[in-house]
Design a binder for this molecule. Sequence first.
Ligand SMILES: *Cc1c(COP(=O)(O)O)cnc(C)c1O
Length: 435
Amino acid sequence: MDIIERLESEVRSYCRAFPTVFAHARGAELIDRDGRRYLDFFAGAGALNYGHNHPVLKERLIAYLTEDGVAHGLDMATDAKCKFLEAFERYVLRPRDLDYKVMFPGPTGTNAVEAALKLARKVTGRTEVVSFTNAFHGMTLGALAATGNAGKRAAAGVPLGNVARAPFDGYFGPDVDTLTHLAARLADRSSGLDAPAAFIVETVQAEGGINVASAEWLRGLARLAREHGALLVVDDIQVGCGRAGAFFSFEEAGIVPDIVCLSKSLSGFGLPFALTLMRPGLDAWKPGEHNGTFRGNNLAFVTATAALETFWADDGLCDEVDEKGAIARAHIERLASRVGGRVRGRGLILGVACDQPALANRISREAFELGLVIETAGARDEVVKLLPPLTIGSDELKRGLDLLDEAAVRAVRAGPETRSPRAPRVNGHRLGVVS
Ligand SMILES: *Cc1c(COP(=O)(O)O)cnc(C)c1O
């Protein structure tokens, strides 16, 4: 840890929240240098839906390396790329009757968002994009402009423009229909809100506090986009790949976005990989117009293909998410009523929004001491966020939930903190920690 504190920039974040040196990881477990085992209810912020080092994916990756498969090839045609596209078409697009073209931006989520926003502006000839309160879309300037968190945006150092903010579903409580408000502003030529190139939305705001948009709200948003000639962009980076149940989180609502961003669990193995999907009619790119050296991470193609074959040939994983989600939800409903809070979420992204915001960080810290890695989310870090691997065993899930109970008991006993002891706060934001 010394070398990290001495040499690594102050920008580091999660190593402050979980202060140990991890050496190994398997399934739902992280193991530190001293051999201490931690259950992982964070799963790489959603990049490890199938757990750490899944044996089938690992074997395919090792075999590919052993036979000197192409590791880096810019975006040249490789065998690994062809196989990935074939698998994506076969297991994801065709069964859902989806017609998308597939773009490989740089291999991070924020790059998939940049590509989506660029394309929406290019296709519509409009500059304004509507994003929502508490949204999180990434850290590069375009995506950052669409992100809600003021602390994150302040770090840009330049004005972030061309994004108009609208209230997310439920922002003003259950009695206010936020879409009516947005529709009225769009219909009024004097509202100050110009016709946007796109709406960019998360169906479940993960970093923003596990805020779930209802299916009805999402359908209304899709309708509104159509009416105003704006594109609907769904950022499915964190809650896609089965996290909310289905492969795409928007399937439940029965909508078909114009553009979809995927990353995090797409490679299945925690390797960097991102996609921007677009309706074929929108593919207005010129060759090389959104270029990048690491577009087409061939190692990620290999593990992503293996993940699609292993988990998406049938509905088994979706059923598991439903089952485990119901178990976890019932458990944390009891927890929430004990500590004072409300449960939020869908599938296996669940949260306890604490009535006393500071309690959430305390619970996370106590959990870590007990051997459970779990993060917080929300504008004030007030939500304890459960994000276990989707493949977690029932026994491990139960054990993790019991540890969470124990952590909550200790946190309540110790009393809420006004500030996190692990990460200093600046302007009310925990430094460097995505929230
Ligand atoms: C993580 C995340 C991003 C950014 O992805 P990076 O790989 O960190 O750039 C964008 N949108 C959502 C919803 C995310 O969860």
